[in-house]
Structures are given as C-alpha cells and as structure tokens.
Design a protein around this ligand. Structure first.
Ligand code: SAM
Length: 238
C-alpha cells in the first residue's frame, strides 16, 4: 500500500479568547494565567457525552490550526524570538506558527464544562490562543507520561523571573481598569500586567524606549510603552 501523504481533518471546536490579535499573545500557554478563553464544541461534536470523564483531569492538550497564518508559506529555517531574532533554527526544532502543516499544540488548565443554549463549552485558563482558533482535537494531559523529569530544553529554557521588568499603571489606566473590572467582573489589570511582562515587542523593537504600542485584549485597546527599567500602561481605549 502506498504511504498516506495527505489527510482531511475536521474542526471540532472554536476558541473564544481574550486575545483578539496575534500581537501580545504569549509564546506558550501557562505564562499568562489570567488569560481566559472558552472552547465551544461545534456540531456534530457539541455533545456533553464526548467529554465524559474529563472532569477528572486538570489539564488538556489542544491541537489546533494556526488559522491566522494559514495562507503564509513555511521556511526550513526560522528565527525563534527566544534567540532575539538573530539565529536561525530548523522549523521542526521550534514551536513556530509557520510550518508545513500549521498545527499548534498547547496544554491548558480546564475550568467549568457546561451547556448553554444547546452549545457545549469548556472554560480554559492560561491559553495562548487567538480568538477564533479552530480546534482539531482535545486530549487529557497525563502527568505520568507527559511530565518528563530532566527533559532537555534546548535553546528555550524557562523565562528568567529576575529579568522581567515591572509593569506600572498610570493613574488614568488604574482608574480605567477599576471601572472595567466593576462592569465586567474581570481582573483586567492582572491580565494586562501578565501580558506586558512578557515583553511582546518584536525583537527589532526590543531596544526602543518610549514608543507607544497598542494591544487588544477583550474589547479594549491597551496603550503602553517600554521605559528604561519598567513598562508603563498609559491608558485604555475602547
Ligand atoms: N503553544 C503552541 C505550540 O507550541 O504549538 C503555540 C506556540 S506559538 C510560538 C505561539 C504564538 O502563536 C502566539 O504568540 C500567537 O501569536 C500565535 N497564535 C496563537 N493562536 C494562533 C492562531 N489561531 N493563528 C495564528 N497564530 C496564532
């Protein structure tokens, strides 16, 4: 029998996430614990019985399509942001979005599983997924097999906490966050802090200070800039 060289997959669900654009999404899940999303199972998979037993697990693997870069081509060697965009690595040695098959893999914490208006949802915590991400599969995270003690981490060791610059809110931004939290019951200040702490600037801008950037979280456009020894949240626009 000839080898199978192509295969059609189906979307089983769609992610509704606080990240409305690629800019600002952390490089991996779990870095921004305040990020919330919900995964909606779509027909014919919108059945609670497909999830029987999942409540015994704290985390799941999500396999998904990098749908926002599906039309862009892949390259054999790419420049991982972890190396400051200066060194090239083989695409299969990275978690880059541009790959021959644009499939992503994220482990996320699960929250409530529920049905609402005949739709089935799983709440996700700490995801690194863009709003609208199509999901191909869900699998439980198995600590005995998936957590490998002493695994080597190549050129991507864990981020060093002491290198993280503090995030300071202007008085205006502080007031705007409080107002938003009262209205929506979301800890938006923590979400903003955790996102900006990751320094989402592309590497070619990482030396630039005082330049205004904008990041869309939920329906908010958060304006911020890098100062010498901290990040400053300037204001929030709706
Ligand atoms: N954890 C996943 C993995 O390892 O396959 C994703 C890692 S990738 C380096 C993380 C980036 O994917 C994020 O910074 C975000 O910009 C991008 N991303 C997330 N969801 C996406 C989507 N649906 N389409 C395109 N890019 C996406």
């Amino acid at each position: 029998m000839p080898p199978l060289t192509s295969f059609t997959l189906q979307t089983i669900g769609i992610v509704h996430s606080c990240y409305k654009e690629k800019f600002g999404i952390p490089r991996q899940p779990g870095l921004v614990t305040e990020a919330t999303a919900r995964l909606e199972l779509i027909p014919p998979y919108n059945r609670l019985d497909t999830l029987d037993g999942i409540d015994g697990f704290s985390h799941i693997w999500i396999q998904f399509i990098f749908h926002a870069c599906i039309s862009e081509s892949w390259k054999a060697k790419i420049r991982p942001p972890r190396l400051g965009g200066k060194t090239k690595m083989g695409v299969f040695a990275t978690r880059a979005t541009h790959r021959p098959n644009p499939i992503g893999l994220s482990v996320v914490k699960i929250g409530r599983i529920y049905q609402e208006n005949k739709k089935v949802f799983i709440d996700l915590h700490g995801a690194d997924l863009l709003d609208g991400t199509p999901v191909l599969d869900i699998k439980p995270y198995l600590p005995y097999a998936d957590n490998i003690a002493n695994a080597k981490d190549g050129f991507a060791p864990p981020p060093v906490k002491t290198q993280i610059k503090p995030v300071v809110f202007s008085d205006l931004a502080k007031t705007q966050c409080e107002h938003y939290q009262n209205l929506h019951n979301r800890d938006i200040a923590t979400l903003i802090r955790q996102v900006i702490e990751q320094d989402p600037r592309p590497s070619y801008l990482s030396e630039q200070l005082d330049r205004e950037h904008g990041i869309t979280l939920w329906e908010l456009n958060v304006k911020w800039c890098a100062r010498n020894d901290h990040f400053e949240i300037l204001r929030i626009e709706q």
